[in-house]
Design a protein around this ligand. Structure first.
Ligand code: 6GU
Length: 226
């Protein structure tokens, strides 16, 4: 899969993809993330990319022309399954959306800044708008990194244990069960005996029971869906 990201602050996106699971995805040739500096498409000698909003009000708006030029230069090389604008007024990112997007070949993410982007870019190019939660961040870069991580780790072959994404929190609308490792006793707290029993069925039953209990206590809304 290939994910292109257009950003006015590409430096913010340097680190997240060079570590851990997404690095492994890249090294295995499963995920290619390319970050594009919007400034390269800026207008005039100052490479302007934002301007005051019509009608007045605080905050700059990202201009239509540099964004259109950036998008169209990328579209010249490949066609995109979705052009996604990261914005707090988009649809909330959840596991089913991450699953669905992980099946695509080419995604283009737009990380907005300032007060937002000129509405005509949304009308003309954007096919999907995604928010990562009901709070406001200063730009779309971290949300774009979050979305890329959520998608990238689902690609077949990225995770070591291919089945492990299947047991993630949310994959069945259940939170994950507690996990333990050595030592068996830490400051007087023992790991549950069942996990040390070697009894596979008993362990599976215990984990499901813990998942259900945890979900009932912390996120009853997940059990009410559907
Ligand atoms: Cl996608 N962008 C910004 N700026 N803030 C957010 C968000 C996105 N999702 C939640 N808050």
């Amino acid at each position: 899969m290939r994910i292109d990201i257009i950003s006015a602050l590409p430096e913010l996106l340097e680190s997240p993809f060079r570590h851990s699971i997404l690095k492994r995805a890249h090294d295995k040739g499963l995920l290619d993330v390319q970050v594009h500096d919007l400034r390269a498409f800026g207008l005039g000698r100052h490479k302007q990319i934002d301007d005051y909003q019509f009608g007045g009000g605080a905050g700059m708006v990202m201009m239509a022309e540099p964004l259109a030029a950036a998008i169209e230069s990328l579209q010249a090389a490949r066609s995109y399954d979705e052009i996604i604008f990261m914005t707090p007024d988009g649809v909330l990112l959840d596991q089913p959306l991450a699953n669905r997007l992980s099946l695509k070949k080419n995604l283009l993410l737009i990380a907005g800044h300032y007060k937002g982007i000129d509405e005509r870019i949304r009308d003309e190019f954007v096919t999907l708008e995604v928010s990562i939660g009901d709070y406001v961040l200063s730009g779309g870069e971290l949300p774009a990194a979050v979305l890329t991580d959520a998608i990238g780790r689902l690609l077949p072959g990225v995770l070591n244990d291919e089945t492990s994404a299947l047991f993630d929190s949310f994959q069945d609308n259940l939170l994950a069960p507690p996990v333990y490792t050595r030592p068996a006793e830490f400051r007087g707290r023992r790991a549950p005996d069942v996990l040390l029993s070697g009894h596979a069925q008993a362990i599976e039953d215990w984990r499901l029971e813990q998942s259900l209990q945890r979900t009932r206590e912390r996120r009853p809304d997940l059990l009410e869906e559907e």
